[in-house]
Structures are given as C-alpha cells and as structure tokens.
Design a binder for this molecule. Structure first.
Ligand code: C5P
Length: 234
C-alpha cells in the first residue's frame, strides 16, 4: 500500500501557498499537499488546478456533510478537479457516504481515494455525551464510524495516529488510516493534544501522515519535510 507524508498547506492565500511550494522546486520528491477549507474558500478551485499542474498530488480536505443528493453532486464537481484524495464526515450516514462515492466515480471508473472523518480529535467524550447525547466511548464511536465507512465502500478514515490500530483492528489492514497530530520528538505540540512522531505513527499503522506546522513553520521546510519522509518511510 502507498505510504506518504502529506503537507497541510494551511495558508489563506494563493500567493503564500505557491511561494511556500516554490521551496520544493528542486526537491526530487514532489510533496503530497493537503488543501483545507481555509485555502479552498479563499483561493477557489483555481488553486487546486495550479498545484496539480505543478505535479503535486492533492488531498482536498473539505469534510462534506449534507443530504446524500447534495453530496453526490458536489463530489462530481470535485472529481472533475482531478484531486487524489478527498473526504466526508462519517456522521452523514452510510447512505450519504455511498452517494459521495457515486458522485466521485468518473465515467471511466476511476476516482480519488475517499476517506471519512470519524470523530474530530477536538471532540471530547464529555462533550459527546452532554451535547451530542452519544453515550458510547470515543473508541467505540471511531470503530463503528470506520466500519460504516467501510460498509459504504470508502477507502479509509482520518483519525489520530493513536487510533490507527483500533481502525485497522475493526476494518482490516488494507483500510487506509490518514493521521494528523504528528510532531517531531523535539518540536512544539502547538494546540495538538494526542500527538506522536512520524516513526511511531508508522509503527502503529498510519498509511498517510498529515503534517502542518512542523514543516510549514520550520526554518527550513524542505529539511523538515525530508526528515518526515526519512522517519516515516524508513
Ligand atoms: O499544523 P498541524 O500539523 O497541527 O496540522 C494538522 C492538520 O491536520 C491541520 O490542517 C488540521 O486542520 C488537520 N486535522 C487535525 N486533526 C483532525 C483533523 C484534521 O489536526 N482531527
């Protein structure tokens, strides 16, 4: 199975993003890039086309969650952008995830990888209980949402690296685990709580690690990216 490091390009403008990616012009390996809501809503589909034209793979992280018909039609639009990976919230139900998959599948049968967000890592068990009236544990919810995603035909889930083995146990080793919350052993945690290193994420079973600030805010982003690659893919 393909394993890779995905750089979270959490910038708010096209100019800043392209300036950042220019640093990798002479890099032998073109980084896989994550475009999230902030950049997509400010720079639009054009930024996706531009980064794609530069030869990068793209994870379009828009976390769709709406009625199945709307999600199907929106996924059809995103599929035409030729991204490599995109996502939905598993909370949208199995029907919504199936609709997403239908919309994403191109006439020739090809499609980007489709993964589901289980429980956001910012949601605590306490808030699940008091605000969402969910009485199961976070672990049970993640395993169930991941099984639902698998049943709908999706390729995997986004989860904390510490939950990757739980997902693999519930859905099998081929089910993809995409994991943010990555920090070098000697770098700042920032606002992330459940973190681990690239090497440990690989051991636990992550297929793709999503790394933002440890690379984007580094003095030498190319060196930080290469360090991630070495630690994660060794
Ligand atoms: O800068 P940092 O490495 O913390 O960035 C992590 C990226 O992964 C951000 O784009 C963040 O929005 C995303 N993410 C996350 N935790 C989740 C889902 C997505 O950190 N549960």
């Amino acid at each position: 199975m393909a394993k890779d490091v995905i750089i979270a390009c959490d910038f708010s403008s096209k100019e800043t993003t392209l300036e950042f990616l220019d640093k990798f012009k002479d890099s032998p390996r073109k980084p896989f890039v994550k475009i999230g809501m902030e950049l997509y809503y400010s720079a639009g589909p054009e930024i996706v086309r531009e980064i794609k034209a530069r030869g990068h793979k793209i994870f379009l992280d828009l976390k769709l969650h709406d009625i199945p018909n709307t999600v199907r039609k929106t996924m059809k639009v995103l599929s035409a952008l030729d991204v490599d990976m995109t996502n939905v919230h598993a909370a949208g139900t199995i029907d919504m995830m199936k609709a997403a998959l239908e919309g994403l599948t191109r006439p020739d049968g090809t499609r980007p990888l489709l993964i589901a967000v289980t429980q956001l890592t910012s949601t605590s068990e306490e808030r699940m209980r008091s605000e969402l009236l969910i009485n199961a544990t976070i672990g049970e919810t993640i395993a169930k949402y991941a099984s639902n995603a698998k049943e709908a035909g999706l390729d995997g889930v986004v989860c904390s690296p510490l939950e990757a083995s739980l997902v693999k146990d519930a859905c099998g080793s081929a089910f993809v685990a995409v994991t943010p919350g990555i920090r070098f052993a000697d770098s700042a945690a920032d606002d992330q709580v459940r973190i681990t290193t690239p090497a440990r994420a690989r051991e636990i079973g992550s297929d793709y690690i999503v790394v933002g600030r440890p690379i984007t805010a580094a003095e030498d982003p190319v060196a930080a990216y290469n360090r991630c690659i070495t630690e994660f893919l060794q």
